[in-house]
Ligand binder design. Structure first.
Ligand code: PEP
Length: 248
């Protein structure tokens, strides 16, 4: 049985006060016990949240550098994420790919840096609207996986989480239909099976991300190959985030 996961990506939002208040509200809520709760706050709040956080919530970086240390002004290494208690880190979010020109090759190094430091990468992949419309979306996602993730050996690959996030659905209010999400998740699983094994394909968690909210989460999470969500906008409000977790 794969783990059910609801992960919140706060992006460049929240404040010291609102982030602590959020965590405290979530800690006293009736978050479903069988759903893994992950929050990716801005790094500056991640450190603070570690203090108010209990065991219920796992903290996640939004980005990292592939090197542990060095002359990379403004960057944070995977070793540092580990040092401050992060358990996960997003890799290849579409905003990083498009605004910061992060290529699959570049992301591959981040994945390696994270695994070396015992941090679980949540590897994001997904096609743009044009790629959806011109029918190349399976190829695009497969290439992102091939170049950024499939260099891992069997043992390393068991540690990874994948998030399918169609770019056209992120922050737009447009959501992939349950049918579209299931189709891509099944395709990703088939691709993993080809490269690794059926057993591996069945064991890897694949999250859906893209305008997931309390109204559509139930239908998306009911899909056979959708193991949960990576939530942006709706993760900024504890009530909405909780309702999403309760949608399983
Ligand atoms: C995201 O940024 O990963 C995301 C899914 O955003 P939103 O839920 O706002 O579309």
């Amino acid at each position: 049985m794969r783990q059910k996961i609801v992960a919140g990506n706060w992006k460049m939002n929240m404040s010291s006060e609102s982030s602590s208040a959020f965590i405290n509200e979530l800690k006293s809520s009736n978050w479903p016990q069988d759903v893994n709760c992950i929050i990716a706050p801005p790094i500056i709040y991640l450190m603070e949240l570690q203090k108010v956080n209990g065991k219920q919530i796992d903290l996640c970086g939004q980005n990292c550098h592939s090197n542990d240390s060095g002359a990379f002004t403004g960057e944070i290494g995977a070793a540092m994420l580990n040092d401050i208690g992060a358990k996960y880190c997003l890799v290849g979010h579409s905003e990083r790919r498009s605004y910061f020109n992060e290529s699959n090759e570049f992301l591959k190094n981040k994945v390696d840096g994270l695994l070396k430091n015992s941090i679980i990468p949540i590897y994001c992949c997904g096609e743009t609207r044009i790629e959806r419309e011109n029918g190349t979306y399976f190829d695009v996602v497969e290439q992102q996986l091939n170049e950024g993730l499939f260099h891992l050996d069997n043992l390393q690959f068991t540690k990874v989480i994948i998030a399918y996030e169609p770019v056209w659905a992120i922050g737009t209010g447009l959501t992939a239909s349950a049918k579209e999400a299931q189709e891509m998740h099944a395709y990703i699983r088939k691709t993993i099976e080809k490269v690794y094994s059926l057993e591996m394909a069945e064991s890897i968690s694949i999250l859906y991300g893209g305008s997931c909210n309390p109204n559509n989460a139930k239908e998306l999470f009911a899909c056979k190959d959708v193991d949960g969500g990576l939530i942006g906008g709706a993760s900024l409000e504890p009530k909405k985030f909780l309702e999403i977790a309760q949608a399983f």
